[in-house]
Design a protein around this ligand. Sequence first.
Ligand code: IMP
Length: 196
Amino acid sequence: MITKLVFATNNKHKLEEVRHIISGKTEILSLAGIDCCDDIPETAGTLEGNALLKARYIKLQYGYDCFADDTGLEVEALHNAPGVYSARYAGEGHDAEANMNKLLCQMQGQSNRKARFRTVIALIIKDKEYVFEGIVNGSIVTDKRGEAGFGYDPLFIPDTYTLTFAQMGNELKNLISHRALAVKQLAAFLSTLSAE
Ligand code: IMP
């Protein structure tokens, strides 16, 4: 049974979301919880690569079993950009507004609005690595809609809904999100280990 796992983040919202889904016998520690203040490299060219880099760093430097996530918005007409560069699409030091403005600009006149959010979680237990993925398919709107959430939420409508992530609010979004789907897979896997 896994009693302790480090989640390679200090993001309070992510921690809360993950602890809520992985409730039970596994304690989830943050980076602060293991006194890690390092700037962990995220230099891979894929979401999988970055999630693995972060998890391997913690395992190697701190010795803990751990997991790390990476998320990107993949837009079909833009050959899956911004993808792994979602956080810095408009350049280093730019905020979510600038990223959204760049995306709207790139999508001007584009009739294919299909996009997806993809979260990858890399887990290392003992010396074994596992990867989990959560995907939400949807489309990019032509103007920002809604105030809730973060990142590209005002621009993304998940399939079968009529509201953007930013219009639907965090409660519903967190139930159906790419991150929630990936974390649920992680939780299901961990519960098979605790049954052993
Ligand atoms: P991270 O890997 O969770 O840090 O996400 C990287 C970037 O993807 C963020 O800085 C956001 O721009 C974007 N992003 C990730 N998750 C979401 C989401 O749920 N909604 C909107 N944007 C997101």
